[in-house]
Every structure is written in C-alpha cells, then in structure tokens.
Design a protein around this ligand. Structure first.
Ligand code: G6P
Length: 600
C-alpha cells in the first residue's frame, strides 16, 4: 500500500526522501513522487519505480520535503494522480495514505467555491481544504480541514516558507523518527532505519508539528506526550544481505525466526500474556480472525488448538466476519496480522471489543495499530519482512500458536489430556529449526521441480487435515509471485468439480502426511494419476508407494504431524520462489499487490 515519508533538518531533503522511498518499495506501489520546499514547492512525480524517479528528477535544493509511493485506489496510476498533491497556488503539498470517503461531496463544494482540481484522487481535497482554512497557522488549518473529512488518513503537510511539517493520523499508521537536528515522519519504520532507530508512534486523532529540533503532538486540542521507542531491527535486517531477493533471504531466516520466537516465549521468566483470564472467564470456544496468509496460519491454528485443547475453534476471514458473523458468548478471540495494520482485521478487533469479546493480537510490528487496540498482544519475532509475499511471518505466527496452545493447556489443567503428548510437543518444537534447515538444504531438488513446473499455467495443491491450509497457502504463494493460476484444495474435494480440469497440462502438488491421512491421500493421488495430471508429491524420504505414483517427489523431513505444516510450507515457499525466478517475475514486488492492505 501507499508509503509516506517526510524530512526536515539541516541536510538536502531530496536524496534522503528518495532513499527512504526506496525502503518503502516493499509495500507495493505503482507511482511515486517527492516535493521539496525552498522559495517555492517543487514536485516531481510519475508512474515509475523510485530508481527511475531518482534518475529523472532534477536536483531540487531545500531541507524540508515529503515523498510518497502510491498504490492506486481512487484514480488510475498516472502522473497526475501520483502524490504529492497541491492546492491551487502550489503553496501547500500533501502526501496521504488512507481513503477520504466523502471526497466527492467535498470536491463539488470546493469547486463551487473556485478551487481547481487536476486529479481524480480523493487526496486532492486535503490541500484545497487546508488552503480554504489557512489563516496564518498551518496546524490550525490542518485541524479545520480534517474536521470536514470522513475517512482514514496518515498525512504529511508542507507549506512553502514554513519551517515545519504537520502530520496527522486516523486509522492509518504514522511514525515520527527522531534524529539529531533532523526529524522524520513515515508510514513505517524501515523507511527511516538508515537514519534513526528512535521513534514515536502517533495515535488516532493526533496532530504532530515537527521542526528540525522539536516535535509537538496535540490530540483533541491538548498537548500530549507520546513515548519514545528504540527499534531493535538493524538496517542489515531490512537489507538483502547478499541474497538475490528479500523473499529468498526471508525464507532462509526461518530456522532463526523459529528459535527467536520460541526463545522469547518458552523461556520467558515473566508471563507474556495472562492466559488465566481465559480460564477465569470460562472461555469455551475460540475465534481466530485474519486476512491473506495470516488467515491460512489461523486455519492451521484451528487444527492445533482443537487437537491440543479440545476447544472448538472457528477460523474466519476478517473481511467476511465483519459483515456476516457474530462472536458467541464465552468465546476468546485471537487476531493474527503480520503488519498490525490490515484494515479488515483492525475493523474486526474493534467490532469484537464492542461486544465485550477479549482480543489477543498476534503481530510482528511493535507499536502497530493492532497491538494498541487489542487487549493483549504477542509479538512474533520475525524481524522486518520486506517481500510482499509472507514467508517467515507465517512460520513465526505458527510458533506463537503452538506455544499458546501448550501454555494454555498448562494454565487450564483440565484441558491437559495427555502429559506425554505435551513433553513430545516441546521436544518437537525444539527440533524444528534443524528440520527446517534440512528443507533449506534440499533447495537444489526443489529448484529442479520448479524448472519443471514453470512451463505450466494451471495447477492444484492438495492437502488433508492440518495440511489443507498448507495447500491453500502453497497455492497462494505460487500465484502471487509467479502469476501461475493455482488453487489449493482439500484432497477429498477434487472429485467434486476440479476433476473436470485435470489432465496432462494441469499438475497436482500433493502434500502427503505419513500419519493419519496417508491412506486417503494415496487414494486421491491414484485418482489424479488416472486423469493423467503430472503429480508432484511432498513426502517422507523412502516412501516407495508414493515414489511409484508421483512424477516428482520432494522429500521433507519427518516431524510430528502437528508440526508438518512448517516443513511442508517452507518447501512450498521455495518451490514458488524458484518457479517465479525461472519465469523472470519481479518476486519481491508482485504486480498489483501490497504488503500491507490498509483499505477494506
Ligand atoms: C497482504 C499481504 C499478504 C498478507 C495480507 C494480510 O495481502 O500481501 O502477504 O498475508 O496482506 O496482512 P497482515 O499484515 O494482516 O498479516
């Protein structure tokens, strides 16, 4: 989604803004631009990558500026629709993330008052409203303008001749980066990491006035203090470290991510979250909500919690839940979101809280909106995930779910059905980093299979039980980065429709669980083979029955079935990565996709 940056200090703003925009590329965008203020405001923007904008834009002098990467919502990707947007006289420039719901009405009103609009965007009403209300104080004009606005925003305002930037947020993240005689404002932390690791998170309704040496924040007309935080990620964490793509680096980081996330919680000396609340409130069922890949982690979570705790669990898409479902009484809610900013997921949290349902958020981003509005938060320790396609964040989410189920079984002892199972689980978790490393060591074989798959245009991923959501996530990974049409299916469902599509040009990738669902999957594989679809199987080393039936076998290390999603999914991530690479796709920034989706 859109990314924003603002700089004010004693250095030339333009190169800093362009560098920061480069760090925001991972969010996904179609156009970008910068505005720098000196004796006038100069704006350069276009439907290009940041690197091309850097080459094309002339050097602009000035130590105050704003920049933006746009992901089109209102108005097609075009130079005129790219941000920054200005008022009639080009003396006020604005970058904005979010949506202005009532922009059509505001635009008509402003046009009738003599304002000229050039773009189709909702954002353009903001500089015009500020122009309308400006009476010598920029902050007051921004406050007045926002009173007219219905919608979500993170925005930065620049006015010619004013030695300050004004920032405002509502339902869209905005962070102030604190430097030495310079300050930054950005939509997310990686944008500023080259310059500072000291940040302050703005809250909904905040208006910040930032100069090179001061930061003042107001909320409801009162001055407020926002705590300073130190970011533990380093610039190196947000760089490729010699890997060709962020996605490959992030896939390879997974043994460490598992160790870091488990280390944080399994060895915690103080309670990470108060699980006794759930027992005391008599929680009898659970609801897990999320979007995208996090939703598939939620579905794996359903299997984990139901198996270990015997509690019924509903896993639902937050985007659907918001319209059609209701939480039941005595239900505990878990909300999973890597970014902590997905609009549908945040809406679901607010809705759950309105009906008094306790919400536990699992997120990777400290200080994110989800972490601030949920009742309790558990952080995944995945580090910054830059590639649009989620990989290590998914694995880290599973780790938290395993840990949560195990911990709750100890808090609510009546849930603890089998003490030996608990000990096996802990042992299994400890072995997971080395099992995942074995998958990574098998990359050569996975590449061979990717070469083979890259010639096809449609395929199915099938799984059963806890590996059904893995099939869904495996198909999602492939389609989003390689643009090959892929569908994830419960293996038993192929015969209820997809059989009509099977044939020699439609490969099927089968995730074989050597335990409980093995025989049923073998039957499904035979059915696929009869229909002449090329068959790729993820199976245990030495499985002769599968070896005879499959065209291609990728071996995965043996783990307890409950942990098999981890090793299978890492295999499928590599398969998707190498297939996309073979096809020459822009792996880290797939077309039309965004890392963080802040609109419903
Ligand atoms: C976008 C990203 C996905 C992610 C989904 C949910 O679509 O491209 O990778 O899974 O949003 O994001 P969240 O931050 O809520 O996990």
């Amino acid at each position: 989604m859109c990314g924003i940056i603002g700089y004010i200090g004693n250095k030339q703003a333009q190169p800093i803004l362009l560098n920061c925009l480069g760090r925001l590329e991972y969010r996904g965008y179609d156009s970008c631009g910068v505005a720098v203020s000196n004796s006038s405001i100069e704006v350069y923007k276009d439907v290009v990558r940041v690197g091309a904008l850097r080459k094309a834009s002339p050097r602009i002098k000035g130590t105050i500026g704003i920049g933006h990467t746009r992901w089109a919502t209102y108005g097609e990707p075009s130079q005129v629709n790219a941000h920054p947007h200005c008022d009639c006289h080009g003396s006020i420039a604005v970058v904005h993330n979010g949506i202005i719901n009532n922009f059509q009405r505001l635009k008509h009103q402003l046009i009738s008052e003599g304002h000229n609009f050039v773009s189709e965007t909702d954002t353009e009403v903001i500089p015009h409203l500020i122009e309308k209300y400006y009476r010598g104080n920029l902050e007051e004009a921004v406050e007045a303008a926002l009173r007219d606005v219905d919608g979500s925003y993170a925005l930065i305002v620049l006015r010619v001749g004013e030695p300050r930037l004004v920032a405002a947020r509502k339902d869209s993240p905005l962070i102030i980066g604190i430097g030495d005689r310079e300050n930054f404002i950005a939509s997310d932390v990686p944008a500023m990491l080259d310059y500072t690791d000291r940040v302050m998170y703005l809250e909904d309704g905040d208006i910040g006035v930032v100069t090179p040496n001061s930061i003042k924040v107001r909320s409801d007309g009162m001055e407020v203090t926002r705590e300073e935080h130190k970011i533990s990620w380093s610039v190196a964490d947000a760089q490729k470290a010699g890997y060709e793509h962020f996605m490959l680096k992030e896939i390879h980081e997974q043994p460490k991510v598992i160790r870091d996330t488990l280390g944080e919680y399994v060895q915690a000396t103080e309670p990470v979250v108060d699980l006794a609340v759930m027992r005391d409130e008599g929680i009898e069922s659970m609801l897990i909500l999320a979007c995208g890949s996090s939703y598939y982690a939620a579905v794996v979570g359903k299997y984990i919690v139901e198996e270990l705790l015997g509690i019924p669990v509903r896993a639902e898409l937050a985007s659907e839940f918001n319209y059609f479902s209701r939480p039941l009484a005595r239900t505990g809610a878990i909300v999973i979101t890597q970014s902590g900013e997905t609009a549908d997921t945040l809406k679901a949290i607010k809705r759950l809280k309105e009906v008094g349902c306790p919400v536990l958020a699992i997120t990777n981003v400290v200080g994110s909106t989800a972490s601030r509005i949920a009742d309790q938060t558990i952080y995944t320790r995945a580090g910054p995930e830059i590639s649009v396609a989620a990989t290590k964040s998914f694995t880290a989410q599973l780790m938290v779910l395993y840990w949560l189920a195990l911990s709750y079984s100890q808090v609510d002892i009546k849930r603890l059905t089998d003490i030996r199972r608990l000990a096996d689980m802990i042992m299994g978790l400890r072995q997971l980093p080395s099992k995942v490393q074995q998958v990574l060591d098998n990359e050569g074989k996975i590449m061979e299979c990717a070469d083979y798959l890259s010639a096809y245009e449609d395929m199915f991923f099938i799984g059963r039980g806890i590996n059904f959501p893995v099939a869904l996530e495996g198909a999602l990974k492939l389609k989003e980065i390689s643009y090959i049409h892929a569908e994830g299916y419960a293996a038993g469902e192929l015969k209820h429709g997809p059989f009509a599509l099977l044939g020699s040009d439609t490969p099927v990738i089968a995730i074989v669980d050597p335990d409980s669902t093995y025989e049923a999957m073998l039957t499904n594989i035979r059915e696929v083979q009869t229909r002449r679809s090329p068959l790729i199987a993820l199976a245990e080393d030495g499985d002769e029955a599968i070896g005879e039936l499959a065209d291609f076998v990728i071996t995965v290390p043996r783990v307890d079935a409950i942990f098999s999603p981890v090793v299978n999914l890492v295999t499928l991530q590599l398969l998707a990565y190498h297939t996309a690479k073979k096809k020459g796709c822009p792996i880290d920034f797939p077309r039309n996709l965004a890392k963080s989706v802040t609109v419903e």
